[in-house]
Structures are given as structure tokens and as C-alpha cells.
Design a protein around this ligand. Structure first.
Ligand SMILES: CCC1=C(C)/C(=C/C2=NC(=C\c3[nH]c(/C=C4\NC(=O)[C@H](C)[C@H]4CC)c(C)c3CCC(=O)O)/C(CCC(=O)O)=C2C)NC1=O
Length: 169
């Protein structure tokens, strides 16, 4: 598992190069947003249960078929599994925010997920929607907390959405 700094060093070391201007710019950008990333993660940590609950309610309101007979989140067990998955996405997004890298998502979340979802009939469209709803809630809360330059918040959520959406085509 790598973060923004180890990613960069790894790629320069691979070429046997000293860090150049581009590397410095990338490092500066990472460190300049460092405190905001930690603060954003702390907003998530402090509200995770509520964020997942609210996002779940909104998702099932938008796509009510999911929790009706025949829906993938129908029955208490599958409903709980769905919210648990949302919680995984949120928790790993908070790690990726702090790391400034989506590496952790590739390694711990997305690998093999398509096969699992396909075999269980978990629909990726609504899963993507659920992640987007959480992103919107997090962004609003982060902005409300007065944290500046919150553009980076999108990154891990968008990355998981792209991966899930792509792989199901
Ligand atoms: C940390 C990395 C990680 C991920 C991501 C993960 C996902 C994951 N989701 C699963 C199931 C599931 N995932 C869902 C999710 C949903 N169904 C819907 O209709 C909604 C669209 C969606 C919620 C948004 C459901 C309902 C199941 C249970 C399906 C079943 O057993 O029939 C399973 C199968 C095993 C189990 O039930 O625990 C895995 C492995 N597990 C992991 O360890």
C-alpha cells in the first residue's frame, strides 16, 4: 500500500533520477492540502455512521426496487450487507484521502469486487449511486466545517465509481 510520497519516490527511483521540478510541484501540492485532507478524514470519522445511514435512505428512496422482493438488498441480511459495503467504501475513501493516493482502493477494495458482485447479482449502477450520494454528503459536511480547497474529496469516491461502472459494461 502506498501514499502520494512513496508513489512518487518509487517512480523516480525506478528511473534512477533525482526528484525534479515536476516532482517538487507534486509534493508541494500534496503537502499543501495535507492538513485539509486530515481534517476531511476527521469529519468522515466523526460522522461515518450517520453518513452511511443517510446515504442508504436516500439510495433506497431513489431506487426502491432494491429493497422490494426480488431486489438485491431485500431481506434484512442483504439490506445490512449493502449498508456494510457502503461503510467499507466510506472508510477506505477516508484512508485514500489521507494517503493522497487511490492505491489502497485498488489493493483492498476493488480487487476481485466485480467477480463477487457479479456472482451475487449486486447491481453496480445503484452501488455507484450510493457512493456518489456519500461523496455529496461528505463534501457538504467538509465545506460546512470550513475546510478549504475541498476539491480533493471527490477523488477516491470518483475513482471507485469509475472502476465499478467500467467493469460492468
Ligand atoms: C473492504 C472490501 C470489501 C468489499 C467492498 C466487500 C464487498 C462485498 N459485498 C458482498 C455482498 C453484498 N453486497 C451487497 C450490496 C448491495 N446490494 C444492493 O442492492 C445495493 C446496490 C448494494 C449496497 C449499496 C449485498 C446486498 C450483498 C449480499 C448479497 C448476497 O449475499 O446475496 C460480499 C459477499 C460476502 C458478504 O456478503 O460479506 C462482499 C465480499 N467485502 C469486502 O471485504
Amino acid at each position: 500500500m502506498r501514499d502520494a510520497v512513496t508513489n512518487l519516490i518509487g517512480s523516480y527511483d525506478g528511473r534512477g533520477q533525482y526528484l525534479d521540478r515536476n516532482a517538487m510541484d507534486a509534493l508541494k501540492a500534496y503537502f499543501e492540502t495535507g492538513m485539509a485532507r486530515v481534517q476531511a478524514a476527521s469529519v468522515i470519522n466523526g460522522n461515518a455512521a450517520a453518513i452511511v445511514k443517510q446515504a442508504g435512505l436516500q439510495l433506497f428512496e431513489e431506487v426502491p426496487e432494491l429493497i422490494r422482493p426480488g431486489g438485491n438488498a431485500y431481506t434484512t441480511r442483504r439490506y445490512a450487507a449493502c449498508l456494510r459495503d457502503m461503510d467499507y467504501y466510506l472508510r477506505y475513501a477516508s484512508y485514500a484521502l489521507v494517503a493522497g493516493s487511490v492505491d489502497v482502493l485498488d489493493e483492498r477494495v476493488l480487487q476481485g469486487l466485480r467477480e463477487t458482485y457479479n456472482s451475487l447479482g449486486v447491481p453496480s449502477g445503484p452501488t455507484v449511486r450510493g457512493i456518489q450520494i456519500m461523496k455529496d454528503i461528505v463534501k457538504a459536511q467538509v465545506a460546512e466545517a470550513g475546510i478549504e480547497g475541498v476539491g480533493f474529496v471527490d477523488e477516491p469516491f470518483d475513482y471507485m465509481c469509475r472502476d465499478l461502472a467500467e467493469k460492468n459494461i
